[in-house]
Design a protein around this ligand. Structure first.
Ligand SMILES: Cc1ncc(COP(=O)(O)O)c(C=O)c1O
Length: 412
């Protein structure tokens, strides 16, 4: 069937995120023997699953709680009890919020869909600025009109022989026509965490222009808190923080949390109700239970963060061992669970390397997807791969061995 609408063109026509999720589904559900360093699924952490299971059991044994979870539609902004508990939790971190600043959504992906389309439609410019790419590819096809994203190339700072970091090219930053800025921190794909200075400068520019700064904290603080170094900013007015339960270990619960000024929250509640009628209850019920028991921070600080810190150390060491002699740089991995590998002398496009690896049962992410409209015109955009280090260490190591073999074969 051929659909002729702009909606279909934008959303139904093989968006990059759909390929990514198909690869992920194939690896996790159909062909588990793949060496999977692709998608953004969080790792399986036994201690986290055990804590979540115990909370679920307690809920399941309480007739009223199970009725509230399974038998009742949520209000447009999400469970009042959870929003009040979240407000108290955020206040304890010094954030100036009440429940009127909080909305719950079906995953943070759908929160971005609503936010982007609330703020920008490409008419009279009305664009979303991504102050640097590479940036989360899941934003790309979320807007109902073409030309909504304005992207900038970052400055590249090399460190030592094998490290580098992207930074904002503040001199080139131009906000006319821009109606919101959006940054993921920790960033998917690069693992970059905004420095305090970068965060403050972007915020000051947003305030001066009267536009919001959207901070995608899907991996960030306070939960899941996969931040090894760098800023853990506090919410303030004119910021929109988008949090998620997914990377805590609950991607199946599809729960996003938006913290924003009241007018934004009200608009979100309205759009969410039109689109979904109501958000699901599973994630919110679990989150409320974790907050009431004081377990949320324990999960993040004692289980999630140390787990990824250890995997990250292993992954960096593994790359250093296997890629010795191959020109490469890894982005500072300050947060999230990816290594972003730059191969400055790669003689084929990263897409070809991705295909060669796939043919050998290794699935990575071709970096080109994350460069939005800069992918074709910038050679750097054809030289990067994203490697998830959620896989078991032996799986990661075997995949990197094969990557090294392919890189040697390509350069021979
Ligand atoms: C940076 C970033 N933002 C948002 C999302 C969406 O996550 P979810 O809809 O599961 O909350 C993801 C998922 O991988 C992500 O990596």
């Amino acid at each position: 069937m051929t659909f002729k609408t702009s909606f279909a063109r934008q959303l139904a026509d093989g968006a990059g995120i759909v390929d990514l999720m198909s690869d992920l589904g194939e690896a996790l559900n159909v062909n588990p023997d793949l060496l999977f360093l692709g998608g953004g699924n969080p790792a399986r952490i036994d201690a986290v699953e055990a804590i979540l299971a115990s909370h679920l059991h307690a809920i399941a044994e309480d007739a009223d709680a199970i009725h509230q979870m399974l038998g009742v539609y949520q209000s447009p902004l999400g469970s009042e009890r959870l929003r009040a508990a979240l407000a108290a939790y955020f206040q304890s971190l010094g954030w100036p919020v009440t429940e009127a600043n909080i909305a719950l959504t079906n995953g943070s992906q759908s929160a971005f869909f609503m936010l982007f389309n609330l703020f920008a439609d490409g008419v009279d410019q009305r664009q979303i600025l991504l102050p640097w790419v590479p940036e989360y590819l899941g934003y790309q096809d979320q807007v109902l009109h073409p030309g909504v994203f304005r992207t900038m190339r970052p400055v590249i700072r090399c460190e030592g022989d094998n490290r580098f970091e992207y930074g904002c090219d503040f001199d080139a930053l131009e906000l006319s026509g821009v109606t919101a800025m959006c940054v993921s921190s920790p960033a998917n794909p690069s693992g970059k965490v905004l420095s305090t200075e970068e965060y403050q400068r972007l915020g000051a520019l947003a305030d001066a222009a009267g536009i919001p700064l959207i901070l995608d904290a899907a991996y960030g603080a306070p939960f899941p808190g996969i931040v090894f170094s760098g800023t853990r900013p506090a919410w303030q007015t004119n910021r929109i923080f988008v949090l998620s339960l997914s990377k805590l270990g609950l991607p199946g619960a599809r729960t996003g949390v938006v913290v924003a000024d009241e007018a934004v929250i009200e608009a979100l509640g309205s759009v969410n109700t039109v689109m979904s009628l109501a958000s699901g209850n599973l994630g919110p019920t679990l989150l409320l239970s974790l907050l009431q028991a004081g377990t949320l921070d324990i999960l993040c600080e004692q289980h999630v963060l140390p787990f990824y810190a250890s995997r990250r150390r292993f992954a960096l060491d593994c790359l250093a061992r296997h890629l010795e002699g191959i020109p490469h740089r890894v982005h500072r991995a300050d947060g999230a669970f990816f290594l972003w590998l730059w191969l400055p002398e790669l003689s084929v496009p990263s897409r070809v390397l991705y295909e060669r690896l796939k043919a050998r049962n290794v699935l990575v992410m071709d970096g080109a997807h994350f460069f939005f409209d800069q992918a074709e015109s910038w050679s750097h955009a054809q030289q990067c791969l994203r490697l998830t280090y959620c896989a078991e260490p032996q799986v990661f190591e075997r995949a990197i061995e094969i990557l090294a073999q392919e890189l040697h074969a390509i350069s021979d």
